[in-house]
Design a protein around this ligand. Structure first.
Ligand SMILES: C[S@@+](CC[C@H](N)C(=O)[O-])C[C@H]1O[C@@H](n2cnc3c(N)ncnc32)[C@H](O)[C@@H]1O
Length: 297
């Protein structure tokens, strides 16, 4: 029989994850169990790659069995919360404090576990995401930025440990009010911000920021180090834009925004672009982040 795999959905997106996975064995609030092999899971915040079921006779027995495998464990609890908390309290704390940008992954390997019933643990020492339950938090900068959208770029750059370098030329489509442009400029990049609406004055007046008030879709593709898009548009329109810019851009990062239902067909087309990836970031809402990096071309 195939190894069972557990996929943890972000808050509010378990249906998207289950649809993407296809036939699943069981769903426990945000935790979806499905038979292996590993399946594409854009909507998973974390994947428990090698979960094992462990019979337990008591709280102390659960702690002993988890510690026998490794030290650090993050709990995802969907029921029996009090019993689960009593076990977690006897394990080392894996709470990760909000980080400054850029964040580094936790130095320790953190496994994931849950209580399936009073006498059974499900535990996976190996997971897809180094942050507990796929959640990465930052010390936010409320004063300098005009929107919280900048957290998406902070998260992506921290997860990949890649970001634009000093002097890199970036185009930021759908830049208003300017959170992304603020991040890119702060890294030392030169930014052309494009939007039909104006940038917040505190971003527009930063050095190395140029603003063009026009539609992202009318702009002729030109070679740049990085193309960014956070434009609000139908996913199919974004796909066309991506296809036009792909041949001339090294690195591309685009938010795929869904209005109403999730467009699974466009998701699959974007995910199939060679060298690219489609992910749901902790700071994404009903949207995904598609990216293609020069290093993966
Ligand atoms: C979610 S906001 C972008 C937030 C921005 N990334 C930030 O960090 O502040 C989406 C933007 O897309 C812009 N937009 C929508 N249609 C557009 C188009 N055709 N061309 C350019 N910008 C467009 C909107 O004006 C809006 O400012």
């Amino acid at each position: 029989m195939n190894q069972m795999i557990a996929y943890l959905a972000p808050e509010g997106f378990v249906n998207d994850l289950a649809t993407e996975l296809g036939e699943v064995t069981s769903i426990h609030e945000r935790l979806v169990l499905a038979e292996g092999p590993l399946r594409p899971s854009t909507w998973a915040a974390n994947v428990w790659l090698e979960p094992v079921r462990l019979p337990i006779t008591s709280i102390a027995d659960a702690v002993r069995k988890l510690r026998a495998i490794q030290g650090d464990w993050a709990l995802y609890s969907f029921h029996l919360h009090r019993r689960a908390q009593l076990i977690a309290a006897q394990l080392p704390s894996v709470a990760v404090k909000p980080s400054m940008f850029p964040a580094s992954p936790p130095a320790r390997t953190i496994g994931s576990w849950t209580l399936m019933d009073e006498h059974t643990l499900l535990a996976s020492a190996r997971c897809s995401c180094p942050w507990p339950n796929g959640e990465i938090e930052f010390i936010e900068n409320h004063d300098a930025t005009p929107s919280r959208a900048y957290l998406k770029l902070w998260e992506l750059f921290s997860r990949l440990q890649v970001w634009p370098q000093i002097g890199d030329r970036c185009i930021d489509l759908g830049a208003c009010p300017g959170g992304w442009t603020w991040v890119l400029q702060g890294l030392g990049a030169r930014v052309l911000a494009v939007d039909k609406a104006p940038l917040a004055p505190r971003v527009a007046t930063l050095p190395s920021v140029e603003f063009r008030k026009e539609s992202a879709f009318g702009l002729k593709p030109e070679p740049v180090d990085w193309l960014f898009s956070d434009v609000i548009c139908y996913p199919s329109r974004l796909l066309e834009l991506v296809q036009r810019w792909l041949p001339v851009c090294l690195n591309m990062v685009c938010t795929v925004k869904f209005q109403g239902g999730t467009d699974h067909a466009v998701m699959r087309e974007l995910a199939a672009i060679p060298g690219s990836q489609l992910v749901h970031l902790h700071h994404n809402r009903h949207e995904l982040t598609w990216f293609r990096l020069a290093r993966n071309r």
